[in-house]
Design a protein around this ligand. Structure first.
Ligand SMILES: *Cc1c(COP(=O)(O)O)cnc(C)c1O
Length: 357
């Protein structure tokens, strides 16, 4: 990068996504069922008066819907342009340059990037072989901020509630709990946020709610912390059209969303069973995707793409489980969708003679 750019950015590069083109896209964990129809209707109702004006601060109907959904007070909600926005903002709200952010790996790829941009020291600790946290090792870094992702991307595994509670008891600073996949598991964030002062829970409408294109995320946290996060985030990050669609998705569209999240969980279980039957070894998942350690991930990913199915190829993951050690840290992350799509995936895998030893 150019010398004109701030020193600490020189080793960073822009995020890249899989280019799925015409292929069925199972690469980014967005919803193949799409958004609830009620959200699409709300978007159609956005008129020119709404478009011409700044969005309301706070977005009252959306904050009310989110507070009801999370079971918290409205002053405990902060919305943002995707939960990425809030994770980034939380780093500079609750830690200063030079402070340590500790997290378990492998995890969400944006975390080290946001940490670097915010001048934080990233302290990465491998997950245990059971994909639980090594709490002692994590806290040994005396972190100003701990990032937990549960269910975790890219492994799919959720942390035991007792582990999260222990971190909350013993961490010296604040704890950021990323529950982007919370709708697919029994996620404890909302209930913990009601009783804990120094927890920031982030959630998104990009996954279970099928609205990734509108960029809607939110944080749930104690009112005093919410005010600080709101200040750092700044005004008007969530646009008015997105706010209207999100409010509809969380009220009239909520049962539609919940039914499809339930279906995604059923598909995930069935997919994991079929993959196991085919001789593969998916990691246990509580999310809307499965992670399959696979030495030939790179080649298999290319072959699947040639057959019209895009999956995420992961390389260089820390060898925290025996399967990830055997695969040399290579894996495929495969999103779930309607079963007919999974059948296409499974037959493509069979035709490629996929064996991932
Ligand atoms: C997809 C994802 C997000 C968030 O996304 P936004 O679209 O920015 O809300 C956050 N964390 C994890 C772990 C994710 O996988």
């Amino acid at each position: 990068m150019s010398e004109l750019v701030r020193d600490l950015l020189r080793d960073l590069s822009p995020y890249t996504a899989v280019e799925a083109g015409e292929a069925v896209d199972l690469s980014d964990n967005t919803s193949l069922w799409g958004p609830p129809p009620q959200a699409v209707d709300a978007l159609r109702g956005v008129n020119s008066a709404v478009l011409a004006r700044y969005p309301a601060i706070p977005p009252a109907a959306l904050n009310r819907a989110l507070a009801a959904y999370a079971g918290v007070r409205e002053d405990m909600i902060v919305v943002g342009c995707g939960s990425d926005d809030l994770i980034d903002c939380a780093m500079r709200t609750f830690a200063q340059p030079g402070d340590t952010i500790a997290f378990a790996v492998p995890t969400f790829s944006m975390v080290p990037t946001f940490a670097a941009i915010n001048g934080l020291r990233a302290y990465a600790v491998p997950f245990t072989p059971a994909l639980d946290l090594d709490v002692d090792a994590l806290l040994a870094s005396n972190p100003r901020l701990v990032y937990l992702c549960s269910p975790n991307n890219p492994t799919g595994t959720a942390l035991p509630r007792s582990t999260i509670e222990r971190v909350l008891r013993e961490a010296p600073g604040t704890v950021l709990l990323d529950e982007a996949y919370g709708e697919f598991s029994d996620a404890p964030g909302f209930s913990l946020a009601r009783s804990t002062e120094r927890l920031i829970v982030t959630r998104t409408l990009s996954k279970a709610f099928g609205l990734a294109g509108l960029r809607i995320g939110y944080a749930v946290l104690a009112p005093a912390l919410a005010r600080a996060l709101e200040t750092v985030r700044g005004p008007y990050k969530l646009n008015a059209a997105a706010a209207a669609a999100a409010a509809a998705a969380l009220t009239d569209g909520l049962s539609w969303v919940q039914e499809h999240a339930t279906e995604a969980v059923a598909v995930r279980r069935r997919l994991a069973a079929e993959l196991t039957e085919a001789g593969l070894a998916p990691l246990p998942s509580d999310a809307n995707f499965v992670c399959v350690p696979c030495r030939q991930a790179e080649r298999l990913g290319e072959r699947l793409l040639a057959r019209g199915i895009a999956v995420r190829v992961l390389r260089g993951l820390p060898p925290v489980t025996a399967a990830l050690a055997a695969s040399n840290g290579a894996a495929l992350r495969i999103g779930v969708g309607p079963w007919s799509v999974m059948e296409r995936l499974l037959s493509a895998l069979r035709e490629e003679g996929a064996a991932c030893a």
